[in-house]
Design a protein around this ligand. Sequence first.
Ligand code: ADP
Ligand code: MG
Length: 660
Amino acid sequence: MPWRWEDPVTRLPGVGPERAALLGRMGLRILGDLLLHRPRRYEDRRQKRAIGELRVQEAAVVRGRVVAKGVKQFRRRSRSVFELILEDGSGRLHARWWNQPFLDDQFEVGMDVVVYGKVVELKPRTMDHPETEILEDGMDEVRIHVDRIVPVYPLTEGIGQRWLRSKIWGVVDALAASVAEPRDWVSVEGFCTRAEAMRWLHFPDEAGQEERARRRLAFDEFVELQNEIQSRRRRLYAHAPGWVCRGDNRLIRPLLKRLGFPLTEAQTRVLREIRGDMASGRPMRRLLQGDVGCGKTVVAAMTALMVIESGHEVALMAPTEVLAHQHWLRLKEWFGPLGVRVDLVTGAAKRRDEAGAGAGPGLVVGTHALIASGFASENLGLVIIDEQHKFGVEQREALVRKGHYPHLLVMTATPIPRTMALTLYGDLDLSVIDQSPAGRGRVRTFIRGSEAMPKVWEFVRQRLGAGRQAYVVCARVDGDEAGEVRAVTREWAVLREALRPHEVGLLHGRMPAEAKEQVVSAFRAGTLGVLLATLVIEVGVDVPNATVMVIENAERFGLAQLHQLRGRIGRGGHEGYCILVTRKSTEESARRMRVVAECSDGFEIAEADLLMRGAGDLVGAAQSGRPPLRFGDLLQDRGLLELARDRVREWGSEGPGSVK
Ligand code: ADP
Ligand code: MG
C-alpha cells in the first residue's frame, strides 16, 4: 500500500515503537506531521566557504576532512575540551567543545564532516561548539545532505539531524506531490501549490522557495483559524434569533442630562454601532476597545438602558470584587433615580438594591460568581463583560449560554493591535473609542532608582499637602526571602512612617471583601490620602482626585499592565505624576521602562510590547487550547491574515475545503 498522510510514523523503515515515542515528543505522530515539521533554519551547502577564507565573527558552513582530534583534561579534573581539526585544502579549522569528552567517540580521523558555526579567532582558526554533521559515502549523500540547500530541524534527544532529514526526504518523495489543493489559490492569489510548499519547505531547489512555501502554509493556517472562528459565529446566528432591543430613549435621555458632561464623539459613534446591532434581530457580538479612562463605563450604562427600555434584564460581569463593587455603586447612582434596580452578586456579597426595587427589568453586577449563581433569567437581553482579557473564551461563552441568546458586549482596555484582534476575537465585531474626554490632566511619568526614594516620598508628601491623593503599588502581598521585591504588608509600616501625618490604607487580593470595600470607600471619600495596593487596583478604581502613583519594582510588571495602572491617575483636571521605581535594572528593563515613560498611547505601547516579546504570549493566553501557529506570524503576516479572513467570508458556509 502506498503511504498516506495519516499513516503512523511506524510505517517508516527503521521506526519502531521506541523511535516513534521519541518523534511523538516533538508532536510527530503521522507522516503528515513530518511534512509539516518546520525547519529551524537552512544551510546553503552549495556555497560552502573555504576554511582559508573564513572571517572572524561570521557564521559559515565549512566542509573538511578530520586530520586530528583529541580530548584535553584540565588540572581541575572536572573540565575538559574536545578538539577536532578539519582540513579542506585551503587551511585548517579547530572546532572545540567544552566538557563533552564523549564526542571523541563519534569522530574518526579521515571522516568527511560539515560544520556550521561562528569563527571566534583566526590564529588558529577556531569555532566553539559548532553544529556538525558527518557525511557518508553513497548516492543519498549528494541528493539529501550536501551540495544543496539543506534543512536543519529542531530535534529532541535521541533523534539525529541526518536521520530525521533522511526520513523526511522519504516522506516528501512519497507524499508531497499528491497533497491536495483545496481551492484554486494558485492562480487567484499567486501562491505556490500546497504540493510545492511541502517540498520546498524542506528541500528548496533555489533560495527563496522556502519562504514561498512558508507563506503558503501560513495562509492555510490562517484560513483554518478564520474558518473555525467564522463558522462558530454562523452556527450561532443560524439558531439564534436575537432580541430586538432598539430602546426608546425614555431612560437614556434623563441620564444623559444628569451625567454632567457631554459624550465624546467616539462614545456617540460606538453607541450608534451598538444600537444598530441590537436592533438587527440577531444577537450582538461586539468587542469595545478603548484606552483606560476613555469612558467605556458610560457606554456600557447606555447600552444597558437600551435593553432595559426594551423590556429585558442585563448582567454586567467584572473580573474583581473591587471593580464589581465600584460599578455597582456608580450604576446605582445613575440608575436609581430612573427607577431601575441594580443588584450585586459576588462571591462574598449578594445585595438587592432596595431603593430602586421597581417592578421592571434591572441590572445585575457581579464577578465570576454570576456564572455559578444560576441567576440566569429567560428574559436576559444583554451580557456585558468588563476587561475581557481577564476572562477566558469559555467563561464568556458560559455566561452567554445562560439565557436566550442575549446580546454580548465585551469591553477591554488592553489595546490589541488590529491583526491580533482579528485572530483572538475574530468572532466579535470591533468598536474602538479612540478619544479621551476633554479636560483631562496630563500624566507625566518618571523613572527612579531605589536611591531616590527619600526624594520620591518628599514629593508625594508635598502633593498630599496640596490636597491630592496617591497610590503606591507593590508587586507582592508578602515579602520574599531576599527582600528584593517590595511587598505591601511590609511596606505599610514604612509608608505610614514616611508619609505621616497622612493616612495610608492597605488593599490586596487576600483581604476579606468587606475590608476591601471599606478601604476603597475611605479612599474615595478622601479620608485616606494614600492607597497602598497590589495589582488589584489595575482595573476599575476611579478616584479623580488621586493624581500620584508610585509603582515599586516596576521592572516586574508588563508594559500593558504599567499603562493600565497609570490609567488610574489623571482622571480629573489635575496633572498626574507616575513614578516607576526600578530596583533591579537591566538594559532590557530600562528599555521597557523608557517605552512606558515616553509613550502615553496604549496601542503604541502594546505594539512595542509585542515587538519586544513576540506575539506568542498574547496568542497563547487568549487562544486557550488551540495549538500555536506554526508557520504564520501575526506581526509579520498581517496581509495574509486579512486575505484569509476575506476569503473565508466570501466562501461562507461552503468553507475553504480540507487542506490535507
Ligand atoms: P474606562 O474606559 O477606563 O472604563 P471609565 O468609564 O471608568 O473609563 O471613565 C473614566 C472617567 O471618565 C469616569 O470618571 C467617567 O465618569 C469619566 N467620563 C466618561 N465619559 C466622559 C465624557 N464624555 N466626558 C467627561 N468625562 C467622562
Ligand atoms: Mg473600566
